[in-house]
Design a protein around this ligand. Structure first.
Ligand code: CTP
Length: 426
């Protein structure tokens, strides 16, 4: 799976945001030990602003209680087809869901749903719903690799169009050792669900390239010139474009952030490496976003061995002369597809709008996103940002301060303004 680095998980959600906000998610939980992780999943969906209703199978209740899900979602939890209330409700639940997620999905559940059974509330809902379905299988690795399970999952994905996330490799239940059978982690299930909620005809199949992060320009093998960019704004844009269904490539300088799920990442260090990577990858993209904080200068020479303090003292100091780096956005201009949209960023300390406009024109951007440097809660190294978006037609729009994740989502709407609108039937 692209972007999935074992052992490191994306940040847990800390606020309401699209594409989860106000969407109805029906979370089915079946009887496997991974069911305890689904409580976290239900909680995270709720924190992101989704309205979550939970359906537990009878065997799931042996591992987790309805009360736990009620407590974290504040919503209803259903168990049985045989209560008057649930019987009347199952069609309603199936009809109004934007997405059905089954986590964990046991081998038995996979078999029952592939066979089209409707012998409990959850399988009944699956037959009645027309919402997309995401399954997170969890079982023993031998059960997962068994021909029966293979055939069932193939039928669910190929014929019924269900989506699968996982299982992943790692430790199984106690005594079962290691193998491929673990349920995908809730942090990634959220994102898979997000893409099913966020995708739209306007973005599906679109190719988006994003540059992000700082660059490091070596002084010697251990020291470098760099800047304070965390890469967050670019990563947030790459993730938001992927959540909308785009095919995304991220060219990133060194960053401690977890690589966005599903995004093709090219890791570089220096401005010159970034320029080479962009030149190779850029052709054929519909949208290119230059969010990287590229160093404009690099040391004229990088020492081969570590520069020693005594040598510097003997020389009376360490004089570094800087030479110009390529301008990644400008120097790769000829590789942009005609008719594609190009976006730049500008971090300015004064005359924000005028300087950004001049930069947009000089670098042939269609949009430029200007952020104030040195302001608390905006720009570099900050979780939030306050941006002004300028376009070639003379438009100037200031977006209120918000989390970079939320800003990224809003920005993409502006950039895609000239693309065909979403299919009204969606
Ligand atoms: N940029 C780039 N390559 C560089 C410098 C900048 O691709 N060597 C891109 C950035 O990703 C951003 C835009 O150009 O989208 C503007 O970056 P900024 O650093 O604000 O502009 P500079 O050209 O460095 O201008 P100045 O130093 O005068 O502010």
């Amino acid at each position: 799976m692209e972007g999935r680095v074992p052992g490191r998980l994306p940040r847990r959600p800390d606020g309401v945001r699209p594409p989860w906000k106000d969407r109805r998610i029906l979370l089915g939980v079946t009887g496997g030990i991974a069911a305890y992780k689904s409580i976290q999943l239900a909680r995270d969906f709720t924190r992101l602003g989704a309205r979550v209703e939970v359906v537990l199978t009878e065997s799931a209740t042996r591992f987790v209680t309805p009360l736990a899900f009620e407590a974290v979602t504040g919503g209803s939890v259903y168990r049985s087809l045989w209560s008057v209330e649930a019987a009347a409700r199952h069609l309603a639940l199936a009809g109004k869901a934007d997405l059905v997620v089954v986590a964990p999905a046991t081998a038995d559940f996979v078999a029952r749903s592939a066979a089209g059974r409707a012998n409990d509330l959850l399988t009944t809902i699956l037959l009645a719903t027309r919402a997309p379905v995401l399954l997170a299988p969890a079982m023993n690795d031998r059960m997962w690799s068994h021909e029966q399970t293979r055939r069932n999952t193939e039928y669910l994905t190929e014929v019924l169009g269900y989506h699968l996330a996982g299982p992943i490799s790692g430790a199984l239940a106690i005594g079962e050792g290691e193998g491929r059978g673990r349920m995908e982690e809730p942090e990634y299930l959220l994102l898979h669900a997000g893409r099913l909620l966020g995708r739209s005809s306007r973005w599906e199949g679109r190719r988006v390239l994003v540059t992000a992060g700082p660059t490091r320009e070596p002084l010697d093998p251990v020291r470098y010139l760099g800047n304070r960019s965390s890469g967050l704004m670019g990563y947030a844009l790459a993730e938001a474009a992927w959540l909308r269904g785009a095919d995304v490539t991220l060219i990133t300088g060194p960053s401690s952030l977890v690589r966005p799920l599903g995004v093709k990442c090219v890791e570089v260090e220096t401005a010159r490496e970034m320029e080479a990577a962009v030149r190779t990858k850029l052709p054929g993209h519909d949208l290119q976003i230059f969010a990287a904080a590229v160093a404009d200068f690099r040391p004229g020479q990088s020492a081969e061995g570590k520069v020693k303090r005594a040598d510097v003292e003997a020389d009376g100091g360490w004089m570094v002369s800087l030479v110009e780096n390529p301008d990644v956005a400008v120097d790769t201009r000829d590789a942009r597809r005609e008719g594609s949209v190009t976006v730049g960023f500008a971090l300015e300390t004064e005359d924000l709008v005028d300087r950004a406009r001049e930069k947009m024109e000089r670098k042939a951007f269609d949009f430029i996103v200007a952020n104030p440097a040195g302001e608390k809660g905006a720009g570099f190294d900050s979780a939030t940002n306050r941006v002004t978006v300028l376009d070639r037609a003379g438009g100037v729009e200031e977006l209120p301060r918000a989390e970079k994740w939320a800003i990224a989502w809003q920005l993409l709407d502006r950039f895609a303004g000239s693309w065909a609108p979403d299919d009204p039937d969606e």
